[in-house]
Every structure is written in structure tokens, then in C-alpha cells.
Design a protein around this ligand. Structure first.
Ligand code: SF4
Ligand code: SF4
Ligand code: SF4
Length: 177
């Protein structure tokens, strides 16, 4: 089992409904986020291309945030999901500094927080909140080890890119291009 997410940049319209759903589902405090949308322009005038990317923690296979955590609060759970045990976290911020994607933030309650792939919903057989609300259905979450899962099929059928692979983190967000 290897949970992963594919994000179709050709279908994303940058509405940020996913961000709002994430804030609400996970009680993310005002001024912080587990998820955000990047607007990226490439090419040269007049052939400019606009890309929207819904971004969050990449649940890296080789995660520096887990390696550097002095208390074991940051850890890997079933399906490769990277989580933080709140009561083991001392808020030192080593993981925040080690993440090449700026995926973590300091929660006002004293621990470090980030995307959990909504594992509390996934364990109940539901989809992550961001996936559920996306009006263009451009987010695909599931088991990459299952060749019949939608995320597997998208990654197999489409061209994709992963971000900052030079950091050696083996990120598990696949941006379909
Ligand atoms: Fe893109 Fe879907 Fe998020 Fe809207 S809800 S920004 S279309 S990923
Ligand atoms: Fe850790 Fe950052 Fe990778 Fe998430 S994106 S697993 S916080 S290194
Ligand atoms: Fe937020 Fe859950 Fe989506 Fe992660 S999977 S960005 S925690 S809604």
C-alpha cells in the first residue's frame, strides 16, 4: 500500500475550494494552511502558459522531516503517510526547517502541523476533504501500489512532474501536465 495524490494541472481552475475545505475539515487556525494553490506562469509573450497547482505535504518516501525529528513525533504510518503525533511534538521546528516544500507550520497550540492526507477520513473509507470538494475533479487520491486505482491509472496514462526531486525526498504528489 502506498498512498499518493495526483493533481491534474490541466483541469485545476485555481478556485481554492480545496484550501477552504481543508481549513474547515482540519480546524486549521486563521493565518495558517495545510494546503495552498500556486499560480505559475511559463513561456514568453505571446505564448504564455498559466498553471495552477494545488499543493500540500508531499508525504515523501525519503522524508528529512522524519529523520531530523528529535522525539519521534514526526513518523511514517500505513501507506507511507507522514504524520505528527501532537503530544510528542515539542515544537522545536527542526522539521519545518528541513522540509524543502514549506509544507509545515507551527500550530498556536505548540505543535507542528501539516497535511495528513486526511487519514482520519481515509481510514473510514472516505476521500480527503480537498478531493471531495474539487469542482473540476482534478485531485486523485489512492493506493499507487494498486494498478487499478484511479491515481495509478492517471500516473501511468499521463505525463507528470514531481517537485524538487533534486532534494532526494522522493515526493508522492504527482502533478499531471
Ligand atoms: Fe484546483 Fe480543484 Fe483546488 Fe479548485 S478545488 S483550486 S479546481 S484543485
Ligand atoms: Fe516532510 Fe516536507 Fe516531505 Fe511533507 S513535504 S514529508 S513535511 S519533507
Ligand atoms: Fe488538507 Fe486533507 Fe487535502 Fe491534506 S488531504 S490538503 S489535510 S484536505
Amino acid at each position: 500500500m502506498r498512498y499518493a495524490m495526483a493533481i491534474d494541472t490541466k483541469k485545476c481552475v485555481g478556485c481554492s475550494d480545496c484550501v477552504v475545505a481543508c481549513q474547515k475539515e482540519n480546524n486549521v487556525p486563521d493565518g495558517f494552511c495545510r494546503e495552498w494553490v500556486v499560480e505559475s506562469v511559463s513561456g514568453t509573450y505571446p505564448s504564455l502558459e498559466l498553471e495552477y497547482r494545488s499543493e500540500r505535504c508531499h508525504h515523501c518516501d525519503n522524508s528529512p522531516c522524519v529523520r531530523c525529528c528529535p522525539t519521534g513525533a514526526s513518523h511514517i504510518e500505513e501507506g507511507g503517510v507522514v504524520l505528527v503525533t501532537h503530544d510528542k511534538c515539542i515544537g522545536c521546528g527542526a522539521c519545518v526547517a528541513s522540509c524543502p516544500y514549506d509544507s509545515r507550520y507551527p500550530h498556536p497550540d505548540g505543535y507542528i502541523d501539516k497535511c495528513t492526507f486526511c487519514i482520519h477520513k481515509v481510514r473510514k473509507g472516505e476521500q480527503p476533504a480537498c478531493v471531495e470538494v474539487c469542482p473540476t475533479n482534478c485531485l486523485y487520491f489512492g493506493d499507487l501500489d494498486d494498478p487499478n486505482s484511479e491515481v495509478s491509472r492517471k500516473v501511468k496514462e499521463r505525463k507528470y512532474k514531481r517537485l524538487k526531486t533534486e532534494a532526494g525526498t522522493d515526493p508522492q504528489l504527482y502533478f499531471l501536465i
